[in-house]
Structures are given as C-alpha cells and as structure tokens.
Design a protein around this ligand. Structure first.
Ligand code: SF4
Length: 687
C-alpha cells in the first residue's frame, strides 16, 4: 500500500543478525503503536520478563504519514517495549518523539525497527538505505559520550565535515544522493548507567522521555541508531495531499504574520502557535520557530545563542527556580545531553528539596546527600544534580549511595529510604500513579489521572487540557462542539461535566474511553502530533469548529488510498487498547492494583504542573447549569472510584471483578489468539 516503505528492520543484537519483516503482515494496524503492540505480542512469548531482560523487544515505528507533507504527523516516531520506570511493575509502555528520525527511516526504506537481544559490548547501528550494520562503539569512541557528542561523531563519520547543502552519497557512488545528515537516536550517560529515568534523544531536544527506554537501550549495550535515506515515500494521490494541506493551512492554521494576536488567544483555544514556555513567563530573547519535519506549527524554538534549542514543555520547565534565564536554558540542555526524563527530574528535585527544607534529609535511612542547597539556583548545583541522577554517584565522580538511589528513580529511592508510603500519602513525593510523576491537576482534570492509572504512563495527551482556560460564555458551545465530534459516544455532552456528581459516572467512563481509543490510533499509530491534534475548536475558523474528524481520514486517504473513516480509526484504537490491556494482564495487572496514591483520596494540596493555578476550573453542570467551576480543591472518593472502575470495565467488555479482557470482547475484535494466550496463562476474564 502507498505510504509504507514495505519492510521493517529486525535486529538481533545477541546474534548480531540483521533481517527483515514484511510491513504488509502488520498493515491492518495502521502503523506506529498498533504495529508495535502487535509485533511485541507476537515476538515476546514470556511477557512477564523485566524491562532489562535481553528478551525484551523494543519497537521503533513510523506511520504511513511519516516523511510526507501531512502537517504535525510527518515527523513523529513511536517507541514501545517493557519499560523500567513505572512501579511496582515496569509496564509494557510507549514513548514518542518528533524531529526527522521517522521520516529518514522511511526514506531509507524502513517502516520501523525491531530490536531484540543484548550485544556483548557497546554497539551502534549504521543504516544507510538498505545497507544496515551493527558496529562497535569503540571505532568512534561513542561510549561515555553525551547525546550531542555522540550524534556529532556519527554525523562526521557518516557524511564527513562538508557544509549544509553539500551533496553526499551514503552508499558510495552507485547509491542515491542526499543533502541531509543522518538522523540519530542516542542515549547519554544516564542510559549507559541504567538510570531508570533515562530517555532517548534525537537532534537537540526530541526526547522519547517516558518509560526509561534510555536504560533499556543501555542494558542492550545499544548506544545509538543512525539512519540516512535517499529514497521517497510513494503517495497515492499527490495532488489530493497537496490540496488537503493547503486547505488545512489556509483554514485551520495560525498565521505567522499575526503571531502576537494568535499567542494572546492561545490559552483559550487550540491549535498551538509557535512559542515556548520561556517566552511565556520570562523575558523574550532572540528566537525563531522550529518544527518537526513537515509540520507547519513549529511549536519549538531555536535561539540566536544556540542554548536551549528545540526544548519545550517539561524540558524547558526544568529548574525554573534558576537564578537566571540563561542558567535555566543551560539546565534544559544538560538533561538533553545526559539523556534524562525532564518531568521525573522536575518532581524529583522538588521532592529532595522538600526533604532538605524539612530537615528530613538527615534521617537515619537516607544516605548522605552531597548537594549544597545554599547553592540552589546556581549552574553548579544543577550540574551536580543532573550528574548524580545520570551517573549514580555524587555528581563529581565519587561513589555516593544517595546518587545511586536517586538514579534508580525517586519512588524507588523513597522505597529504599523507608519513606515511600508516607511521602506518597503526604504528596511531597508527587508520583500518584504507578510511581510516575504527576502532571495535570488530577482532581480537577480527572480524565488525565484516570487515563494514566488505567494505562501505563502519564498520558501526556492534551486533548481536553485547554478547557481549563475557557470562559463562561463559551462553555456550552465548546462542550457541544467537542462531544459532537466524539464518534461512538457523540452527542453525550455530559462526558465533559466535571462536577462532583459526574466524575464517577458512565459519562466519564465514555470520555476516558474515547480518549484512549482516539489517541491509540490517530495519535500514536498514525502519529498525528499531540501538540496539534485533535483540532476540536479552532480560533481561525469563522464558526470556530476545528478540523478533527474531517482532516485525519482525508490525509490517510490521500497518502495511502485507504478508505478509513474517522470512526474506523476509533474502532482500531479500541482494538489496540484491548491488546495493550491483554499485555498488561499478562504482566500481572489486576483491578485490585489499580488505585491512586493515598494523597489523592485524602489530602490537599497535591503538586502538579498547574500549581500556579490556585483552583483549576473545568466545565461542569451545577444545579443543571453549565459553567466553569473550580474543582482542584477536592479529594477523590475511594469507593466511588471503585464504582467508576466497574463502569469503565463494563464499557470495555472486560471482567469487572479482575479487569481482565474476556474472550467475547477479544474475539469481537479479531483477537481470538490473544484470548488463547490469556487462557493458557489463567488470565482470561469471565463473561
Ligand atoms: S506541533 Fe510541534 S511537536 Fe508537533 S509535529 Fe509540529 S513542531 Fe513537532
């Protein structure tokens, strides 16, 4: 089918073997996450293994839209496998990054990469079109480099030191030509040292942040994957694709000439305009928008002084107490270079600092902390802290038990210090679900907390996030516009009612379900970017109605020729969600494990990225009247949340006593073989 390269690269690092899988065997899943879950399920027979086990399989998948002109979908890549960050079980999980890696992989002739086994010494992968080699890191002295040094060494090695725009023949004179340099995905010292909060970095700041995939790469002795391609992606109907892009840009996208006005309204509507957090609360400095390949949103920045390039969201929010903006931007670069997950670093530093301020760092079970807190805010302080987490030492090259503990993640550190339960309950250890850091205010934006707990990671899906900025007058229109687009459950406006009486209802179960289905397919399999999709309500339209529902299938049809309706995609998302639940069930998940840390049920305040907002307002229907109401100063009700879980499982067609998928549901999704495996392992739900 058009849009696909046709082959998936399979690498067995133990055997140093390179082979090929046919994409057509997995095309029904769309791409990205769907393909990754299906391949993982097929290849990993014992799904109870630890993420560090060599038998863990990591998939790095593109979509048919990668490398094409589809905006905010062309440059994303999905990573999956058993992670090592969550607690108590490292769930089968996912991460996703932007840039140009996925597109370059397609140009080289590959729809994805499947990584198996463990090399007996450090290696990197050199992909030049169809020529793929597993090479020793020693050749280029790559081991012990940071992610930027590693990429620069590979760039120089592969394309030499020519200038931008120079033509290059990656496979010699008989091969193709390109003016590009390779796209490299690398780990830094954190991954090499198996820090559970290590991530993968591509270019300056495209990070597959969650899941600890940097450590999984490190455990496989895999330092980097480099790819350069000279081919193309075949498009089913190039004219239709171009017309759709132009229609989309003219009708639904921001206008660079009116950036300031667009920014003023950004907080109230989607889609985003090219800004970074630094511009929001800090003095403006010289920057220009920077985009992933093919995207017209350009939501990141490049700076005149090249410090903090491409960083956005959590990466740019790290060390916000720095004594100067320059130090904060340098701190962003540090976590990118060392290859660390930004959100874990933010809430981890907050935790250590609260312990220090309360005098609790000196308690018996906590080893000596080498940090000098009188230097908090300085460049030296953050450098030491980053090195401690990345290298598991005192940040200066000396052994430190404290450094080793926090390198294993802050929840596991608290566990070693005998403080996990107490600090999760008080909220100072702000990791309320699966030992993962909080993000959006979980009591107000309950769909975010529910989706994370019922899944495998901080969902980091902003579909309904901007609702908190809405004004009273718009509530009814916006709620109606959004829910009208939510096919399968469309028309049920009560899905967006966040009042106390509704947050445990079947309406809320539908809201959470729809997000799970939409994101699993359209965002994580077709790889439409979270920062841009879905487009529910759009300020650039006279009627304010966004392109979601219309645009996604148009693009898929133009690229692949496949007649896939929006609802078909939602249904495929439901199938993928069920497959993921089956994998978690095989890993040991039972409904009894699915609960928040005590803090969310019992105490206020909690910490979240919305801390600056005293009471997060969300749409609600109070006394029958829609409005914006503050909901973050409540606690969740333990019993009612259990009732919500039952409603949610019922809606999925799962066993409400165990949360296990049932044969009837799996077979209705053509997943009978998944039901067979669950049954063989006594994990099939009743009903
Ligand atoms: S919206 Fe931003 S992160 Fe998403 S594809 Fe575009 S540039 Fe990349």
């Amino acid at each position: 089918m058009n849009g696909y390269a046709g082959n998936i690269l399979r690498l067995n690092l133990t055997e140093r073997k390179v082979s090929t899988m046919l994409t057509s065997d997995y095309e029904d899943w769309g791409g990205g996450h769907g393909m990754g879950s299906a391949i993982f399920f097929d290849l990993v027979k014992d799904k109870t293994i630890d993420g560090f086990d060599p038998a863990n399989v990591v998939t790095i998948m593109t979509s048919p839209l990668c490398g094409t002109l589809v905006p905010a979908a062309s440059g994303r890549t999905e990573v999956q496998g058993i992670g090592v960050q969550s607690y108590p079980i490292g769930w089968f999980t996912r991460s996703n990054f932007g840039g140009r890696f996925g597109a370059m992989l397609k140009y080289a002739g590959w729809d994805g990469i499947v990584i198996e086994g463990r090399a007996d010494h450090p290696v990197w992968i050199d992909i030049r079109d169809g020529d793929v080699q597993i090479r020793d890191c020693a050749e280029l002295s790559l081991w012990k480099t940071d992610t930027w040094e590693c990429q620069q060494s590979i760039w120089s090695h592969v394309v030499g030191d020519g200038g931008y725009g120079d033509w290059f023949e990656p496979r010699g004179q008989d091969g193709g030509h390109t003016t590009q340099r390779p796209a490299v995905l690398a780990i830094g010292p954190a991954g090499e040292n198996l820090s559970r909060v290590a991530c993968l970095i591509h270019d300056a700041s495209n990070g597959a942040g969650q899941g600890g995939f940097g450590a999984v790469f490190g455990s496989k002795n895999l330092k980097a994957i480099s790819v350069i391609g000279t081919g193309r992606v075949d498009i089913n109907d190039p004219k239709a694709l171009l017309a759709t892009r132009l229609w989309h840009k003219e009708n639904y996208a921001f206008d660079l000439a009116h950036l300031k006005e667009n920014w003023a309204s950004f907080q109230f509507q989607s889609p985003p305009v090219p800004v970074s957090l630094w511009e929001k609360g800090r003095p403006r400095i010289d920057q220009r928008p920077q985009a992933c390949l093919g995207c017209h949103s350009g939501c990141r920045a490049r700076y005149k002084d090249a410090v903090g390039n491409e960083a956005s969201c959590f990466t740019s929010a790290f060390y916000s107490d720095a004594r100067s903006l320059d130090i904060q931007r340098k701190a962003s670069d540090l976590i990118n270079r060392y290859g660390l997950n930004a959100v874990e670093m933010i809430f981890g530093l907050l935790y250590v600092r609260i312990l220090q301020q309360g005098g609790q760092l000196k308690t018996a079970k906590i080893p000596d902390c080498p940090l000098d807190f009188s230097e908090y805010g300085s460049k030296e302080f953050v450098e030491q802290f980053v090195r401690m987490v990345a290298c598991g030492n005192d940040g200066k090259g000396n052994d430190s038990q404290f450094g080793a503990d926090i390198s294993d993640g802050f929840v596991r550190a608290a566990e070693k210090w005998g403080r996990r339960e107490e600090d999760l309950a008080s909220g100072i250890l702000a990791f309320p679900y699966w030992g993962l850091p909080v993000h959006k205010e979980p009591r107000a934006q309950v769909y975010w907390a529910y989706g994370t707990l019922l899944g495998d990671r901080d969902i980091n899906e902003h579909d309904y996030d901007w609702l908190k900025y809405m004004d009273e007058e718009s509530v009814h229109f916006v709620v109606k516009t959004i829910t009208d687009k939510m096919v399968r459950f469309q028309g049920d406006m009560d899905m967006l009612d966040f009042s106390e009486s509704n947050i445990y209802s079947e309406h809320m179960a539908k809201l959470v379900s729809w997000q799970r289905y939409y994101t699993r397919f359209w965002k994580q399999s077709m790889l439409f970017c979270d920062a841009r999709w879905p487009d529910f309500v759009n300020i650039h339209r006279p009627d304010s109605v966004g392109a979601t529902g219309m645009a996604e299938p148009k693009y898929v049809k133009a690229v692949t020729g496949r007649d896939l309706s929006f609802e078909d995609g939602i249904e495929l998302g439901r199938k993928i969600w069920n497959l993921d639940q089956a994998i978690w069930t095989r890993q040991g998940r039972h409904r009894d494990m699915v609960h928040f840390a005590d803090n969310l049920y019992e105490k206020y305040p909690s910490f979240s990225i919305d801390d600056g907002i005293p009471n997060v307002h969300m749409p609600g229907k109070e006394d029958g009247k829609w409005g914006m109401y503050g909901y973050s100063q409540r606690t969740l009700d333990r019993d009612k949340f259990e009732e919500f879980k039952t409603r949610f499982y019922e809606l999925q067609g799962w066993d409400t006593a165990s949360g296990y998928p049932t044969r009837a549901t799996l077979e209705s999704l053509e997943l009978g073989y998944v039901a067979d495996e669950l049954e063989e392992n006594d994990k099939l739900g009743e009903g």
